[in-house]
Every structure is written in structure tokens, then in C-alpha cells.
Design a protein around this ligand. Structure first.
Ligand SMILES: N[C@@H](CCC(=O)N[C@@H](CS)C(=O)NCC(=O)O)C(=O)O
Length: 221
């Protein structure tokens, strides 16, 4: 088996996706953390876009989280995409959708004032309405089996576990399927273990320093 090293950042949700897939597949891997505000030269050589995650496979870089997931899916079981090509394609689409939600979350925590913050909150509410409409009877998105597509929403929901400590966003109210799926995904051991134990403190610290509207809401230490 190839030697795997995941180039990581403590808060990066895209890194968490890769960790979830690696954990589900019981892959042995090492993690190397980098400071994204001071990117080392070796990192820029293996990451053409200058972003985490990068998976080094026997030293050869694979970049972009969705591509890393596909590489892992191609090379290791258990398979975490559905077998049917159309179902696989649809799951890949919902993984892209999760990336769009992550962009919206970045928009929320970067919003400079209360009005912009509310506009971003509404945008996420709209995305969550789309998910609520797409969800079935559970417990997972596609029924009885956990898929990669479920795992990628773990890092999305993790943000709200922290945000909800200090601001009422009302994003899970009146969206019962989403709320139940969130609980199911968030309790999955691979999802629980995908972020460092001090994730919440790190995120709160990041938000305090953001100099955006949310920074004014985060309680002081
Ligand atoms: N499309 C990329 C997004 C990865 C990404 O945005 N990573 C962030 C950290 S979570 C990053 O490295 N940002 C540094 C930068 O853009 O300079 C993926 O899916 O891997």
C-alpha cells in the first residue's frame, strides 16, 4: 500500500472531508499541519493552488478535496459512493453543493455588518431548504447506508455547533429532516474524529480575529 500523508490545516473543512474518507476506509496516514498565513515553500511546490488539503501518495501530491475523495474511492474499500453510475453522479453533485455551502459559511463569518450577515444567513437558509427537500426518510441521505456524501456535510454542521453557542441563526428550526440528518452525521465516529479536540476554541479564536460582524458577537475569553 502507498504511504499517505495528508497536508492539513486545523480548521479546514476540506481537510476534514479527506480525514473522514481515510478513516472510513481504515487507511493508515500521517498528518502534517501547515500555517496558511505563512505557507512554506515545500507546500507551495506540492499545492498548485496553495490550498489544503493535499494528499501525498508516496510523495506525489494529489490536490483538491473532491479529487482526493475520488482517488481514495478508486483505490480503497469499502466503497462510499453508490454503485449505480447515476446515483454516483448525483452524490458527486451534492458534494459540490456542500462546497457551495462552505463558501456561504465563509461569507457569513466574513460579513462586515449586521445587514450583510443577515443576507448571508438567509442564503444559507435557502440552501438548507434545498437539502430539506432532497432528504428522504433517513437515517442517511440515501437511506440505510452511510456514503461519502453524508460525510462531507460533517464539517458543514460542525461550524454551526460552534456558532450556535453565541448566536441564534435558526437554520435548523422547521427543517426536521435536516436536523435529524445533522445529528446522525455529527455522531459518526469518523466525523467526530476528523477535527482536532480543540477545534471549537480554535474556531472561536479565528472568529474573534476576523474583524467582521461575527467577531462582535463571539464572547471574549
Ligand atoms: N476547492 C478546494 C478548497 C480548499 C480550500 O479552500 N482550502 C483553504 C483552507 S480550508 C485554503 O487552503 N486556503 C488558503 C488560501 O486560499 O490561500 C478543495 O476542495 O480542496
Amino acid at each position: 500500500m502507498a504511504r499517505l500523508t495528508l497536508v492539513s490545516h486545523h480548521l479546514c473543512p476540506y481537510v476534514q472531508r479527506a480525514v473522514i474518507a481515510l478513516t472510513e476506509k481504515r487507511a493508515r496516514f500521517e498528518r502534517v499541519y501547515i500555517d496558511l498565513s505563512n505557507k512554506p515553500d515545500w507546500f507551495l511546490k506540492v499545492s498548485p493552488l496553495g490550498k489544503t488539503p493535499v494528499l501525498l501518495v508516496d510523495g506525489q501530491p494529489v490536490f483538491e478535496s473532491a479529487v482526493i475523495l475520488e482517488y481514495l474511492e478508486d483505490t480503497r474499500g469499502p466503497h462510499l459512493h453508490p454503485a449505480h453510475p447515476l446515483a454516483r453522479a448525483r452524490h458527486r453533485g451534492w458534494i459540490e453543493f456542500a462546497s457551495a455551502v462552505l463558501d456561504d459559511i465563509a461569507g457569513l463569518y466574513s460579513a462586515s455588518d449586521a445587514a450583510l450577515f443577515e443576507a448571508k444567513r438567509r442564503r444559507i437558509a435557502g440552501r438548507f431548504d434545498q437539502l430539506e427537500a432532497a432528504l428522504g426518510q433517513g437515517p442517511w441521505f440515501a437511506g440505510e447506508r452511510f456514503h461519502l456524501m453524508d460525510g462531507v456535510y460533517g464539517p458543514v454542521f460542525r461550524y454551526f455547533d460552534v456558532f450556535e453557542r453565541f448566536v441564534a441563526l435558526r437554520l435548523f428550526e422547521e427543517r426536521p429532516k435536516l436536523e435529524a440528518w445533522r445529528a446522525q452525521v455529527s455522531a459518526r465516529p469518523s466525523v467526530v474524529g476528523a477535527a482536532p479536540q480543540d477545534y471549537a476554541e480554535r474556531l472561536l479564536d479565528f472568529l474573534r480575529r476576523r474583524a467582521s460582524h461575527i467577531s462582535t458577537l463571539v464572547p471574549a475569553v
